[in-house]
Design a protein. Structure first.
Length: 409
């Protein structure tokens, strides 16, 4: 089987699709990647890359084709839209020529926002007569509305029409959350929709000896670690408000590892409110995160109170379960359900800062044996539902079936 992965984001950017490509390659399948120029999350191109020109390179024996595109910039809605459009246009115009001599059995799209990046893949699938599988990571147009980038009703309706068009030109839709199924099916009549969740890198559940930085704030006390994007969707206001309530408990520390659009605001709050229990430690390489997560007492995931996020399972939940630490899920819906069902921690309603503070205190006062059992429960749940080897086998089966179905039709 020859597989073309189409994703706007790929190594050296840190996304789940990197490990999926490696897992398929390790099974002996030929895998190639069509992607853009790396510039996420800082919004500027990584060293050695620029907007223009076509690149071909290799990573872990996976050939990578890169099309020209504009960088996403830093907190600029216009630049972000141009970033998305430039990738789609380059993919439509240049990818057929770049891959003119290549033959594939299936095209696999990693469907993070915007979902329209699947359009060049569908065009390639039509040209080459092969099925296109789209793995939906974010619901559109709901994501555009929830992040505040699109508010006008007529624009949301227009986006919905484009989503229908995008879905209709695929052969199989995989969704990362069971709760996505209904929303996607409504916009994709006649296209099969199947649940296929995310996993995480092996280092999260099979500890390796990795040199990781010593972060002083994680070395003592009861540490609550938030790791990942520090943006509007993550309800940073709730974390700050909970930190204010916990100031009297000097042994409790909230540590944030990551960067994003809200990081400067948090810094201002730490200064203005004199928050001595909230630590902003910056971003670290993804390969160090399993080690750093294991140093924390508990792990924290948050989202804002938006209907779309009730349907979403943030990928960090799989990572948190895999490392075997108690989890505080400060969000609604599917993500909270997974944590509670696993017996891996506690759930608090989204944007409930009082509830978050109480949950942190509850775990702080809990016997160590109970905290450890939560970690054990989380790892067991991960192995049962999100194990990478199991999911790779399932993905290959999905590919084989859709290829057979395409041949029959």
């Amino acid at each position: 089987m020859r597989i073309l992965i189409v994703s706007q984001y790929f190594w050296p950017e840190s996304f789940r699709i990197n490990e999926v490509a490696c897992a398929l390659r390790a099974r002996g399948y030929e895998v190639e990647v069509l992607t853009g120029k790396p510039n996420y999350p800082e919004g500027k191109f990584f060293a050695g890359y620029g907007a223009w020109g076509i690149n071909k390179e290799s990573w872990r024996d996976v050939p990578i084709y890169r099309v020209p595109m504009l960088a996403r910039g830093n907190r600029s809605a216009i630049k972000l839209v141009l970033n998305y459009l430039s990738y789609i246009i380059s993919g439509l115009l240049l990818a057929p020529w770049m891959l003119r001599k290549e033959k594939y059995d299936v095209i696999f799209v990693y469907g993070v926002s915007p979902i329209f990046q699947a359009i060049p893949a569908s065009f390639l699938g039509w040209l080459k007569g092969v099925p296109v599988v789209l793995w939906v990571q974010d619901l559109w147009p709901q994501s555009a509305q929830a992040t505040g980038y699109v508010k006008a009703t007529f624009l949301l309706k227009l986006l919905e029409k484009f989503v229908r068009f995008t879905y209709s030109h695929t052969d199989l839709l995989l969704v990362q959350s069971k709760a996505f199924t209904k929303s996607v099916s409504v916009l994709a009549p006649g296209i099969p929709v199947t649940y296929y969740p995310n996993s995480v890198e092996k280092d999260f559940y099979s500890p390796q000896i990795i040199s990781a930085p010593q972060i002083e704030s994680l070395q003592s006390g009861f540490t609550v670690l938030f790791a990942g994007n520090v943006g509007a969707a993550q309800s940073m206001e709730t974390i700050v408000a909970a930190a204010e309530q916990l100031q009297a408990f000097t042994d409790i520390k909230i540590v944030i590892l990551g960067s994003g659009s809200k990081i400067d605001w948090i810094k201002q709050q730490v200064t203005s409110e004199k928050l001595t229990n909230l630590y902003l430690e910056g971003r670290f390489p993804v390969e160090t995160m399993p080690v750093l997560m294991r140093q924390a007492s508990v792990l924290l995931v948050t989202l804002t109170n938006q209907p779309i996020f009730e349907l979403t399972i943030p990928n960090k939940i799989q990572a948190y379960l895999a490392v075997g630490k108690p989890v505080i899920a400060n969000l609604n819906g599917e993500g909270a359900r997974v944590v509670v069902e696993a017996g891996a921690g506690v759930a608090v309603r989204a944007e409930d800062s009082d509830g978050l503070a109480q949950a942190i205190l509850k775990l702080y006062q809990m016997p160590q044996s109970e905290l450890e059992q939560m970690g054990v429960n989380g790892r067991a749940y991960f192995k049962q539902h999100f194990d990478e080897e199991m999911l790779t086998t399932q993905l290959i089966a999905h590919f084989e079936k859709i290829i057979r179905d395409k041949d029959v039709n």
